[in-house]
Design a protein around this ligand. Structure first.
Ligand code: WTA
Length: 631
């Protein structure tokens, strides 16, 4: 990049960033990895510990059911914890936590993390949980959620974390679909100073979940809860039992054994239980974390996501700990009690890598620069963005006001299904605001048309991935057909992401958004089907359609159109009641921005709701081709 004048379109990293980066030669590494992805991944895998080696890096004999590191034995918890106890990291901080109100902080070295995880693992083992059993985890952002995930991994149980912002229907559906034997929860959590009674949501959800034998309740908020004798147990009581103490052996797992399932929204129907494995997911999160975030022992890494989403799984828990990093986790949100809460924490804990979502940046921008400017943010080295396209205005604000034009922004494109970053810069890659730059090592992304042919650069099309990768989902739990149909059938041999995108003349990718019925509300992934099935449980609703419309801060907001049953009349209060109904059943994150009444939903002759028409109408845009409309 030396002789020609810098292109003004790009933001270049400083000499300091480049000279200290773990990986300096992006181009060379990318070219070599693309030529031989398996060799790249094998080299990455060899940096971790395996109880016994693989027969083959990638087994693609039964596409699209790819297998990685087949035959090898390992355990992700061994590499995330046990491995570090043998060196100086034993006494290094693994996790730093602060409560929402700032009154408490807790810190755990790798040594004490191991103790906490072993204790929880001993307890759940004593409850009869064995390798392969499912455990649902439904908690606020407290250290115990991390312990619970790692404890499951350690003994080979499959965790299924449900975001604490979901409510009864969502939780019930996920517990029963996974047939969990155990639920780990807490009495409550705090959200902007308000109590969310998680345990009572669990109680309601468990009314028809016959597989659940035990519920472990961590005391966090101290609100009164009902404990069902024989089923519900306080965690602190369990910890006092002799069985809780002592070493807990880390289970030897096959590389392809399931590590977790995580439910995510698809185009239609019930949420999909995305399945990830010990071996491949471990290598993917380890390697992406290392290169994209250039993680070093002296860093303090903060990912503001919730462990209940894939971002929290991969980049609060597994990716950082696999790298022996120090993670900061905060219980609360960005603007409570004041809009400087996050900036205050960066200063207080000396955070060096700060990874957040565009929606949060946009909401904090509105409060003005005075809030961040009150704080010393000089510990920051890298910034990160995830969850939805970041608009250049927000990018530039983040870059200038928070990063002081020193910190590259690592805009990471990926999905629950991909487990780890697929398109992302590393700190040495010149940036363009709003682009995730280029595919990660070993990956190749194409933009294709309806027939699967590559479109010209600059044209919009479907984003597909053409190379398998270690942290790819293996299947949809107990529904392999849906796995094939959802991801591999539209463009055979290529993984369909569900996103549209374009590639520019420099080979940079620009994500436009979802092409299916997935809505991204404040970075949270929700399905129209889930919202509609919550609405239909209300007595007044005959039929409904949910759509996502552009929203200045949230990225997208949920709008619903409702056809009422005979005998019900549209009114302001009914509209409000329906919004509340969705929030109660599915969760506050799914509360529609607006519920509008409609005489008849536009449908195709085959009965499919034409959301495209509703979207256009709601925005006053042309409605396009209406030839398939019913009448
Ligand atoms: C969107 C979140 C643009 C995208 C990790 C994808 C993004 C969906 C970005 C997956 C980004 C995620 N730029 N769009 N950097 N990151 N997305 O499963 O539409 O919750 O398909 O995973 O989020 O959402 P999910």
């Amino acid at each position: 990049m030396a002789t020609t004048a810098p292109d003004p379109e790009f933001y270049y990293p400083s000499e300091d960033i480049v000279s200290k980066a773990i990986l300096k030669d992006w181009d060379g590494t990318a070219a070599a990895a693309l030529k031989d992805p398996a060799a790249f991944w094998e080299k990455e895998a060899l940096e971790l510990e395996w109880f016994s080696p693989w027969n083959k890096v990638l087994d693609d004999s039964n596409k699209p059911f790819y297998r990685w590191f087949d035959g090898a034995k390992t355990n992700i918890a061994h590499n995330a914890i046990d491995r570090h106890l043998k060196n100086f990291r034993k006494n290094k901080l693994a996790l730093i936590w602060e409560s929402e109100d700032g009154r408490y902080d807790r810190t755990f070295s790798y040594y004490s993390l191991n103790r906490e995880v072993s204790r929880m693992a001993n307890i759940i083992k004593a409850m009869g949980i064995v390798k392969g059993d499912r455990v649902t985890i439904y908690m606020g952002r407290i250290p115990e959620i991390v312990f619970a995930m790692l404890a499951c991994a350690k003994i080979g149980a499959i965790h299924s974390v449900v975001f604490g912002g979901f409510s009864v229907d969502a939780l019930h559906g996920r517990i029963s679909d996974s047939e969990s034997k155990l639920v780990i929860t807490c009495d409550g959590s705090f959200q902007n100073g308000k109590l969310v009674e998680l345990k009572s949501i669990v109680d309601e959800s468990l009314k028809h979940c016959p597989t659940v034998e035990n519920v472990i309740v961590v005391k966090r908020t101290g609100n009164e809860v009902i404990m069902e004798a024989g089923r519900d147990h306080w965690y602190h009581d369990l910890c006092a039992l002799p069985i809780a103490n002592g070493k807990c052996a880390t289970e030897v797992m096959d590389a392809e054994d399931p590590l977790f399932i995580l439910y995510t929204s698809g185009s239609t129907g019930k949420p999909k239980a995305i399945l990830h494995t010990h071996g491949g997911y471990m290598v993917g999160t380890y390697s992406t974390m290392k290169y994209a975030f250039d993680i070093k022992d002296e860093d303090r890494f903060w990912c503001t996501a919730d462990p209940g989403w894939i971002t929290g799984h991969s980049y609060i828990v597994y990716g950082p700990l696999l790298n022996g990093a120090t993670v900061f986790m905060f219980e609360g949100g960005p603007a409570f009690p004041y809009p400087n809460r996050w900036w205050q924490l960066i200063e207080r804990y000396g955070v060096s890598i700060f990874y957040t979502a565009p929606t949060a940046i946009r909401s904090l921008m509105r409060f003005g620069e005075a809030w961040p400017n009150k704080h010393d943010l000089s510990s920051l080295r890298l910034l990160g963005s995830v969850g939805e396209p970041i608009n250049p205005e927000a990018w530039k604000w983040f870059y200038r006001v928070i990063g002081k034009e020193r910190c590259p922004i690592i805009d990471t494109w990926w999905q629950t299904e991909t487990g780890a970053f697929m398109i992302t810069p590393t700190p040495v890659v010149p940036l363009k605001p709003g682009s995730g730059t280029r595919p990660f090592f070993g990956q190749n992304a194409e933009i294709v048309d309806e027939e699967g042919n590559q479109v010209e650069d600059g044209q919009e099309g479907y984003l597909v991935l053409t190379n398998p990768w270690p942290s790819m989902l293996r299947t949809i739990y107990r529904d392999p057909d849906r796995y094939v149909n959802s991801y591999w059938s539209k463009f055979p041999g290529k993984y369909m992401t569900g996103d549209s995108a374009r590639r520019d003349k420099d080979g940079y990718y620009w994500i436009i958004g979802r092409v299916d019925d997935v809505i991204k509300v404040s970075g949270h992934r929700l399905g129209t089907a889930e919202i509609e099935s919550a609405l239909i449980t209300h007595t007044a609703v005959a039929e409904s359609a949910a759509i996502g419309l552009p929203h200045e801060v949230k990225g997208q907001a949920i709008f619903c159109f409702v056809q009422l049953k005979p005998g019900f009349a549209p009114s302001e209060s009914l509209s409000e009641e329906l919004r509340q109904h969705v929030a109660h059943h599915l969760g506050p994150i799914a509360r529609p921005e607006e519920v509008k009444f409609i005489d008849k939903l536009p449908k195709t002759r085959s009965g499919k709701i034409m959301r495209r028409v509703l979207k256009a109408r709601a925005q006053g845009l042309p409605e396009g081709d209406l030839s398939t409309l019913e009448d």
